[in-house]
Design a protein around this ligand. Structure first.
Ligand code: F6P
Length: 548
């Protein structure tokens, strides 16, 4: 059977024709024509309200996009993922982050074996451990309680825990501080260790493979620092725990495997915060709140698995993304949280989205002839408004936007939250409506400007509008809502991968750099032979080692 190529389907071709017809329709017109538009194009699921009415779509667009999803067999793939089929073909693995938060506890089988007992056992182990640290039962080598926990990991073993711990800061305690070290740049670990007391510091070394160069380098530095400060190798047992799938390497590092929290190869790194990789979150906010995070994700999983495509939030977000990427030519997608605690969400989603769908071949290994994942980026509003929003409003690129905001704040300080929300809503409205030349002229002449001065000012002040955005609101950023929000994006990414016919669960594109770095590392020793490189790389190696 020839493999599915989305661009060759009737649904794709119909969307292309439709795109030509609708491309110049302005969102203003669509709102004017249909007073019920906001209601028609909005959804609520797992405590998240999505208004997608400010997208450049009409009922026909949505119908055709849903037809594309049907052609790509999105429903079938959802079933395959949840049932534990090995859909990560290049690694021969199931994709079961949903089992990690399967709060219904119904059996989920991999190779015939129910994984839920093992999932629950690790959750119980996390519960026990986080409770002992938080209650000061877990003591350091010298008998003092733990005040600082340092997570050492990178990529999926870093971004999720860091993002969620910051997002749930209102649920943390001041007497237990979390730190994150990821970069192999010594400045990262140096800045953290400088502030810490070895007697009261606990390190979580988080690595699925336990072979990642950056993580192991940082972990060895932390270990040396601790042993030097406490004067004994025996101290490692009370100050280091590991999260990994690789017990052999954990033991080789010198961590007692009784202090190891396991997970499984069917958990992708960037989908792993729900596993023991979430241990720093559980330590920071307590296991009850970590479980609430799982509950929220599970609620979104059920919505995703059981809702018809037209009422399915991840499917709708995915289809809108496809519409902009493949039909309206958007190369990037901005995620703009109006919540300071979500400051690391864009970075987290960068890995989730770009490592998943930044692919150039189909599942069958044929080159794709269509665009796949966009560049994902973002910053919390309102900071972005005073930095890059200019380009989104008046630049030459189309940048679809997701605004995310909680209706209520955990920090009710004066008028801050109302001001924040006003800005969020205003940005969506401004992007959608724009400001016409006639409106600008009327404003300027009301302000006393006229003639040539007025006319020369007009073009700079016109906003084209017709720039799309989704607005996602939660009542409050609770652990449940955060869980649902992350699961929403995970499933959106999955649906897009299905439509693009790529494997969203491998990441071969990170390997070449690792391989070449291993070769260059010994060549940075002064006097070592430098070979097998292009003239640029060879000269740069020599310059980095001082010209010799
Ligand atoms: O290099 C990319 C990657 O493999 C990610 O997919 C992963 O999240 C990260 O490295 C860290 O890997 P590990 O958890 O095995 O240290």
């Amino acid at each position: 059977m020839p493999s599915y190529r989305p661009t060759e389907t009737p649904a794709w071709k119909a969307l292309e024709a439709h795109c030509t017809a609708i491309r110049h329709t302005h969102l203003r017109e669509l709102f004017e024509q249909d007073p019920g538009r906001a209601g028609r194009f909005s959804l609520e699921a797992a405590g998240i309200f999505l208004d997608y009415s400010k997208n450049r779509i009409d009922a026909t667009t949505l119908g055709l996009l849903l037809e594309l999803a049907r052609t790509a067999d999105v429903g079938g793939w959802i079933g395959r993922m949840f049932s534990g089929e090995a859909i990560n073909l290049t690694e021969g693995r199931a994709v079961l982050h949903t089992a990690l938060r399967n709060r219904s506890n119904t059996p989920v089988r991999v190779d015939g074996e129910d994984v839920m007992p093992a999932v629950n056992a690790v959750l119980a182990q996390m519960h026990e451990f986080s409770k002992s640290v938080r209650s000061h039962t877990w003591r350091g080598h010298t008998g003092r309680p733990i005040t600082d926990v340092v997570n050492i990991g990178i990529g999926g073993s870093h971004l999720g825990p860091e993002m969620a711990t910051r997002a749930l800061a209102p649920y943390t305690r001041d007497d237990l501080r979390l730190h994150f070290v990821s970069n192999v740049d010594g400045a990262d670990i140096g800045a953290v260790l400088r502030r810490l007391d070895a007697e009261t510091t606990l390190f979580i070394v988080a690595s699925k493979t336990f072979t990642t160069q950056e993580t192991l380098t940082n972990a060895h530095t932390a270990r040396d620092w601790l042993v030097q400060r406490l004067g004994s190798e025996a101290a490692v047992a009370r100050h280091f725990v590991a999260v990994s799938t690789n017990a052999g390497e954990v033991a080789a590092f010198g961590i007692d495997t009784r202090n190891m929290f396991g997970f499984w190869d069917w958990v992708g790194g960037r989908y792993s915060l729900w596993s023991a990789i979430g241990l720093p979150i559980a330590v920071a906010v307590g296991m009850e709140n970590f479980e609430r995070l799982l509950d929220g994700a599970h609620a979104m999983d059920r919505h995703f698995r059981d809702s018809p495509p037209a009422a399915n939030m991840p499917v709708i977000l995915a289809l809108l993304g496809i519409w902009y990427r493949n039909f309206l030519g958007a190369a990037s997608h901005a995620v703009l949280p109006y919540d300071q605690s979500l400051q690391r969400l864009p970075a987290y989603l960068q890995q989730a989205d770009m490592e998943s769908n930044g692919k150039g071949v189909t599942r069958a290994g044929e080159p794709v002839a269509w665009d796949t994942g966009p560049v994902l980026w973002g910053e919390p509003g309102t900071n972005g408004q005073h930095a890059f929003y200019q380009l989104i409003h008046q630049g030459t690129q189309l940048v679809p936007v997701d605004f995310i905001a909680p209706v209520e704040s955990h920090h009710p300080v004066g008028d801050h939250h109302r001001i924040l929300l006003a800005n969020c809503l205003a940005q969506g409205e401004a992007l959608m409506r724009g400001k016409t030349a006639a409106e600008v002229r009327a404003e300027l002449s009301a302000g006393g400007l006229s003639g040539a001065a007025l006319e020369s000012a007009v073009p700079h002040r016109v906003f084209p509008g017709n720039r799309p955005s989704n607005t996602l609101l939660v009542d409050r950023l609770t652990p449940e809502r955060l869980g649902a929000l992350i699961a929403l994006y995970e499933h959106k990414i999955f649906v897009q991968g299905v439509i693009w016919n790529v494997n969203s669960f491998d990441q071969w594109g990170v390997e070449l750099g690792k391989q070449l770095a291993r070769a260059i590392l010994p060549e940075l020793e002064p006097g070592a032979a430098v070979g097998g490189h292009d003239s640029s790389t060879a000269a740069l190696i020599r310059r980095c080692r001082g010209g010799n």
